[in-house]
Design a protein around this ligand. Structure first.
Ligand SMILES: *Cc1c(COP(=O)(O)O)cnc(C)c1O
Length: 386
């Protein structure tokens, strides 16, 4: 698919994925049926949550999570400025205002609990956290801030399927997995994520009322689903709430089940490769900062984000890497600097600003080998000194 010598990411797809899609095509039932049910059950079991609800993508999932948390006109939703734009967009689509919080620092680029607290007002309806690069953020502290005030925490867990949060001993939610760290969570199965179905997403929660609200809103707010009408279990239906159509396909779910079975092993390979990157970079390019060096959680290692030295020309580094056939990326341009977010440009997130100017993302995918890691590190070391 690409001419890169080492691409940023590569799918782990094989015969099992092909067979899964064929199975769906031959059954000739394409939307929300047995495959979706099976994928949802397996996902709930693996994440330790009571409810998993599959949807068409994570942006839809975030929309439904915010709706279920009651976010609406005039509300504020505290969230990281260092994130993909989906959560902020969905917040605004609901008539609410994102309030951007800073990250802890360059070596821990997840949302700062102290800054969450600073951003709270009487209008705060929910807090969105994001487990950047697959590393769970400081959940015990954020829970301690939000729970007493009755503020729901929504996890943008797009980077973090099966990441395990290890926090202060004995303090909730120590030992739990992403998707089970707040009130409700959104996952993405987009083409470059740890679990890929092309387009796809999942919502997890322990709360029955939230699960019911999400399930309803996923399919037009209708009281019966297509499959039940097909089976003759329902003829008519009511629309009890206003909803969307964020239904997943059976093809997505069939691919999801196969990918889910590989996920733990693939995450573990990502952790090995990340450890190797840390070791090789410390030798070949010690001026590079690799975040999360001291965190205790078991991360999903979605991306390999590094911070370039002060004053380094990032565009020149990117060009030098491209010459070597190595694809790099950035995660992310900060949301409050986007044109559509001009009115938020005044927000004070100095750590995020600094991080976003100096970050680059190096290739990371389970099929990489140690020579690939060494090649990337050597190319980067060379690029720093041109
Ligand atoms: C990919 C991603 C999303 C959006 O996911 P889609 O499934 O493409 O809608 C949201 N948040 C984060 C952090 C992501 O990485």
């Amino acid at each position: 698919m690409s001419d890169w010598r080492i691409p940023l990411s590569r799918l782990d797809y094989g015969l099992e994925e092909e067979a899964a899609v064929l199975r769906v095509l031959r059954r000739q039932w394409l939307t929300m049926g047995p495959e979706v049910e099976r994928f949802e059950q397996a996902f709930a079991r693996l994440t330790g949550t009571r409810y998993a609800i599959a949807v068409s993508n994570a942006t839809a999932a975030l929309h439904l999570c915010l709706m279920a948390a009651g976010v609406g006109r005039g509300d504020e939703v505290v969230q990281p400025a260092l994130n993909f734009v989906a959560a902020a967009n969905m917040t605004r689509l609901l008539g609410a205002e994102p309030v951007f919080a800073d990250v802890v620092g360059l070596s821990e680029p997840t949302i700062s609990p102290a800054d969450v607290e600073r951003c709270l007002t009487d209008r705060t309806r929910a807090v969105v956290v994001m487990h950047y690069a697959g590393y769970p953020c400081r959940m015990a502290e954020i829970l301690a801030i939000c729970r007493p005030r009755g503020i729901d925490i929504i996890e943008d867990a797009a980077h973090a399927p099966l990441a395990r949060y290890i926090g202060p001993d004995g303090q909730e939610p120590h030992g739990r997995l992403a998707g089970d760290l707040g009130e409700i969570a959104a996952f993405s199965f987009y083409g470059n994520k740890n679990l890929v179905t092309g387009e796809g997403g999942m919502i997890t929660t322990q709360a029955r009322e939230l699960a019911e609200a999400v399930r309803r809103a996923r399919s037009h707010g209708m009281t019966s689903v297509t499959m039940d009408r097909y089976r003759g279990l329902a003829l008519s239906y009511d629309v009890s709430h206003v909803g969307c159509n964020y239904r997943p396909t059976e093809i997505m779910a069939a691919l999801g089940s196969v990918q889910l079975a590989k996920l733990a092993q693939n995450n573990s390979r990502r952790r090995e490769l990340t450890a190797l990157y840390r070791q090789v970079l410390a030798e070949t390019a010690p001026e590079i900062l690799v975040p999360f060096a001291t965190q205790r959680s078991e991360p999903a290692c979605h991306i390999l984000a590094v911070v370039l030295p002060v004053g380094c020309d990032r565009d020149a580094v990117a060009a030098a890497m491209r010459t070597q056939g190595i694809q790099i990326s950035i995660h992310y341009p900060p949301i409050h600097r986007m044109s559509a977010y001009r009115s938020y440009a005044h927000c004070e997130v100095p750590q995020t600003e600094e991080y976003c100017q100096r970050e680059i993302t190096l290739p990371l995918f389970p099929g990489m080998n140690s020579e690939d890691v060494t090649s990337v590190c050597e190319a980067l070391a060379g690029a720093l000194h041109v």
